[in-house]
Write a protein that binds this ligand. Structure first.
Ligand code: ZN
Length: 295
């Protein structure tokens, strides 16, 4: 974790006990200490990568109650316990390199303070494509459809539910070659488009896709660009999205366990061939799904 100096720490038990005493939360000697790992070694969380499109893990220190953290006005996932809270912050692909911040409110009504962190540079590749003009300049009816769909998707993306997830790490939702195209800057016929904000996994049409983490289905649709699409809510603003599907075997409201099949790979929407486009979102920000998979 980049923000933490690598000083030798006392044994975790001793450190927790001294912190608890400092907080006036002393444990009885026989009481078992909570098993939560230190943020720097918590393998249930994504890998920290403080770059545009990455995930920041910000140590918030001890507090009796879970602090409320926001990025702008968007709630941020905070996990941990009274001894060490950590904010798990999605960094937008559009973030500027340099200092960034979230705001922290210790308790309701308390003044908010800034928690700053540094966003380092990451040079994503650029792809320049020449395509048929109508695929860049949408027909008016297609544009109207896309605008409607975008408004709906923004509602879906604003989901922030409880209970909060305990684990954030995921399994790959479909076997296949993963492209490393997250963040790819795309220029079609000289016009800059949104960067690629997910992971593409090559697989044959019909291949079952499984939930990479337990979650609830919150949206099923057929969209102009994304084709057959499902959104899963994992709690606390952690969402995931599956696009270009050939089939959907779930309905909004369904609960899924890790590994449950719920949809199938396809080539629907604006694509050139079958693959899964997989997106992972934290605080309404698309982040690199690779950070949630085993290294
Ligand atoms: Zn894609």
């Amino acid at each position: 974790m980049p923000d933490r100096p690598s000083l030798p720490l006392p044994p975790p038990g001793a450190r927790r006990r001294s912190l608890l005493q400092a907080l006036g939360l002393a444990l009885l000697p026989t009481q078992a200490l909570p098993a939560h790992a230190h943020p720097a070694s918590n393998d249930a969380w994504p890998r920290a990568l403080h770059v545009p499109g990455g995930v920041a893990l910000l140590d918030l220190g001890p507090a009796p109650e879970r602090p409320v953290v926001r990025a702008g006005d968007v709630p941020v996932l905070v996990l941990g316990d009274a001894l060490a809270w950590t904010a798990i912050v999605g960094i937008p692909l559009s973030a500027r390199v340099g200092q960034a911040h979230v705001t922290l409110q210790a308790t309701a009504g308390a003044p908010a303070r800034r928690i700053t962190y540094r966003v380092a540079a990451k040079q994503y590749r650029e792809q320049r494509l020449s395509v048929a003009p109508r695929t860049v300049d949408l027909a008016p009816e297609d544009l109207a459809r896309h605008e409607r769909e975008r408004a709906h998707q923004q509602q879906v993306m604003a989901t922030f539910s409880t209970p909060l997830p305990e684990r954030l790490t995921m399994i790959q939702p479909v076997p296949g070659r993963r492209s490393s195209s997250f963040g790819l800057r795309r220029v079609f016929n000289g016009q800059a488009r949104n960067p690629h904000s997910g992971m593409d996994i090559a697989a044959a049409t019909g291949t079952p896709i499984v939930a990479p983490l337990a979650g609830r289905v919150i949206d099923v649709g057929d969209y102009f660009f994304n084709g057959g699409t499902v959104w899963l809510d994992h709690g606390g603003g952690l969402l995931s999205m599956y696009c270009h599907l050939s089939g959907v075997d779930c309905r909004p409201g369904d609960s899924l366990q890790t590994g449950d099949a719920f949809c199938r790979v396809g080539a629907t929407g604006r694509v050139t061939g079958p693959h899964l486009h997989w997106g992972v979102m934290l605080n309404r920000t698309m982040v690199d799904p690779a950070l949630f998979l085993p290294a």
